[in-house]
Design a protein around this ligand. Structure first.
Ligand code: GDP
Length: 214
């Protein structure tokens, strides 16, 4: 009972706080490293397998239903899409990986762009790595996390589609997934881009770490 009351009080306190994101707008899509916007603002990138719910999560975070295209066709996002948040941060939607039907030449081009961005971008503060809570992370997911660790990039690991897993099974999913993650990965965030569960907590953590300059 006391726990329910505390949860309600926290929810009420949050409802009275000013929203963390006051303004969000699409700025540009970049297909070539030469066309990246000037590196003046802190950036947070979003990465994940096609269809994991990356666009849905971005729309949720940005508080806009259609700012980012949610695709019924996986592999839709081919460039780096820059969204200006609160006039002070860029959220960067990266191309979804693991789209089997994409031609090899297209995949190579995405890889070059993504690697250039992740390795060279000085204003990039970290990458939100989205996994599907129902699936065992595969070679591509784990490869991305290992790669980020190897190049010294911070990763916020997010398990999406938690609305599809019953509360008692969430712990079992964590027990299966966490041991597979590279050393040094922090506890994943459990979220649902569809219902909004956990999304505010993720946003608060990201914003706090950016503020703290972590
Ligand atoms: P992207 O390819 O990673 O950008 O994925 P999208 O955001 O386009 O989502 C792919 C599909 O998954 C769409 O049908 C979404 O409605 C669905 N989806 C995204 N997030 C969630 C979620 O949290 N729960 C459920 N049940 N479906 C989701």
């Amino acid at each position: 009972m006391a726990k329910k009351g505390a949860t309600r009080d926290r929810a009420l306190a949050r409802a009275n706080e000013p929203p963390l994101i006051k303004r969000a707008e699409f700025v540009t899509s970049v297909f070539d490293p030469a066309h990246l916007p000037e590196a003046t603002l802190a950036e947070v990138a979003f990465a994940g397998r096609s269809n994991v719910g990356k666009s849905s999560l971005l729309n949720r975070l940005l508080g806009r239903h259609n700012l980012v295209k949610v695709s019924s066709r996986p592999g839709f996002t081919q460039g780096l899409n820059f969204f200006l948040v609160n006039d002070s941060i860029y959220f960067v939607d990266m191309p979804g990986y693991g789209f089997a039907k994409a031609p090899k030449s297209v995949i190579k081009k995405w890889q070059r762009l993504a690697e250039h961005y992740l390795e060279q971008r000085q204003t990039l503060k970290g990458v939100v790595c989205i996994l599907d809570i129902r699936r065992r992370p595969d070679r591509l997911d784990l490869g991305m996390l290992e790669y980020l660790r190897a190049i010294g990039r911070k990763a916020w690991v997010v398990l999406n589609k938690a609305d599809k897993v019953s509360q008692p099974k969430i712990k079992a999913r964590l027990n299966e997934i966490c041991p597979l993650l590279p050393d040094g990965c922090r506890q994943p965030f459990i979220i649902s881009a569809r219902t909004g569960k956990g999304v505010q907590g993720l946003l608060e953590t990201i914003m706090n770490e950016l503020d703290a300059g972590d």
